[in-house]
Structures are given as structure tokens and as C-alpha cells.
Design a protein around this ligand. Structure first.
Ligand code: 13P
Length: 249
């Protein structure tokens, strides 16, 4: 079965709720005939307002993090059930910014991913290497560890999305070449299939993320291994994001 492309915006810590609503209002008509899955991953506090704004459209709602416990004494955290009750369908887990600034590890990524899946959310799990690691020839080794430790215990890889985001390409304007992204995503797929055979790994969708924009989306999305994009900066501009959604036009 062909893997359906998925274009997701990661707003990061941008857009108040009212700004988010305005963005979605502008975006809705532009993606009304989208053929791929379209997702916006918004700051948690924007969720109630954006839920209303996306109603009746192609745009699906996503969050940017989730805690692994069902409930309890975790001040400041948000559980999968809390997201679920607000109609959230997707959640980004293990973004490199969370790994870098908030102590996220492969172990916590794994716990959050399992909790999200148990609640019926679709995790978008981010992996990727730093510039130092790529230049040191360590890309595959780094990905191997993230895959082996981050995806332990997953029973069905059709129920999650992986975002391959080379850290050196995030917010830098420095995109991986289409060939580089395709090759590395191909490697990730091969590795997942090898480590987790019989877990529906053939249906796993893998996105590219890192300075993807209206100008390079077409070439990136034409690569056979690339099933979608996780978009930062360009997802804040409705016309740019819509152009990425329409990569096939
Ligand atoms: P940019 O598209 O701004 O490089 O961000 C990519 C990203 O981190 C998406 O999660």
C-alpha cells in the first residue's frame, strides 16, 4: 500500500492563540483540496482556539510534546488524554530542541511515544544528527542508537511518523540535499525494518525536516523515500506552507 504523504507545520513557540486562529483562517482555503495529510502542531495553550479554527477543514491538530504518565504530580506537564480530549491527533516527540534544551533522551522519547500511542495519538518522533556527528561520519551510528532506544516496544509502525531532522539544517536555511535526505531516510527505513520486523515497518511514514520551504519542497518530496515534511519557519506563513502542501503541483 502506498504511503500517504504528510506535511506538518511545527509552529514551535510562535503564535498566540489569536494569531494562530488568524493563520489557520488564511490557510484553510489554500489547502482545501490537499491530497496529503495536513497537520499544524501548535503551542499547547493555542489548542482550544485552533481546534475551533480548523473545524470542518482538512487541517488536523497536533501538539508539540506530551508527558508519559497518565496523570499525577508532574507540574507543568500535559498528558496524552488531555490532548486527546481536545481533538488533538498528532504529537511531536523528541524534537532536537527538546533534546538540546530540555533534557529529552532516547529513553524519555520512548516513554512518551508509547504513552501517545496508547492514547490513540499519532506520534511524530524526531531523530537526526548534529553537524559535528555528520562531519565525523557518525550519522548512521547516531541514528542506530536513536532507533534502537527510542522505538523499543512499538507494535505497529504504521501508527507513527518519524521525522528525520538533521540538526544542522534546522532554522539555518541549510537544507540537506534531496539526495542526502533520501539516502538517510532510506537508511532509517532499512534499520527500522531490520530491528523491528513484522511490526508493519513497511508502512512507516518518514518525513524530512530542516529548512524545507516552498522552493525546495517539490524536489525533496519527489524522492522515493521521503513521505512528507516537518516544517518550522515556513509553516508560519500561510502561502508558503500551502505551497509545500501542494508540492505535487
Ligand atoms: P525549519 O523549517 O525552521 O528549519 O525547522 C525545522 C523544524 O525543526 C521542524 O520541526
Amino acid at each position: 500500500m502506498a504511503r500517504k504523504p504528510i506535511i506538518a507545520g511545527n509552529w514551535k513557540m510562535n503564535n498566540t492563540a489569536s494569531e494562530g486562529v488568524e493563520l489557520v483562517k488564511a490557510l484553510k482555503p489554500l489547502v482545501a483540496d490537499a491530497k496529503c495529510d495536513v497537520v499544524v502542531c501548535v503551542p499547547a495553550i493555542d489548542i482550544p482556539a485552533v481546534k475551533k479554527a480548523v473545524y470542518g477543514s482538512k487541517i488536523k491538530l497536533g501538539a508539540q510534546n506530551v508527558h508519559f504518565a497518565e496523570k499525577g504530580a508532574y507540574t507543568g506537564e500535559i498528558s496524552a488524554n488531555m490532548l486527546k480530549e481536545y481533538g488533538v491527533q498528532y504529537v511531536i516527540i523528541g524534537h532536537s530542541e527538546r533534546r538540546q534544551y530540555f533534557g529529552e533522551t532516547d529513553e524519555t522519547v520512548n516513554k512518551r511515544t508509547l504513552a501517545a500511542l496508547a492514547a490513540g495519538l499519532t506520534p511524530i518522533v524526531c531523530i537526526g544528527e548534529s553537524l559535528e556527528e555528520r562531519e565525523g561520519g557518525l550519522t548512521e551510528k547516531v541514528l542506530d542508537k536513536q532507533i534502537a532506544e527510542g522505538f523499543k516496544g512499538i507494535e505497529d509502525f504504521s501508527k507513527l511518523v518519524i521525522a528525520y531532522e538533521p540538526i544542522w539544517a534546522i532554522g539555518t536555511g541549510k537544507t540537506a540535499t534531496a539526495a542526502q535526505a533520501n539516502e538517510t531516510i532510506g537508511y532509517i527505513r532499512k534499520r527500522v525494518k531490520k530491528l523491528y520486523p513484522h511490526k508493519n515497518a513497511g508502512r512507516l511514514r518518514i518525513q524530512y525536516g530542516g529548512s524545507m520551504n516552498a522552493g525546495n519542497a517539490k524536489e525533496l518530496m519527489a524522492q522515493p523515500e521521503i513521505d512528507g515534511g516537518l516544517i518550522g519557519g515556513a509553516s508560519l506563513k500561510p502561502n508558503d506552507f500551502a505551497a509545500i502542501v501542494h508540492f505535487d503541483k
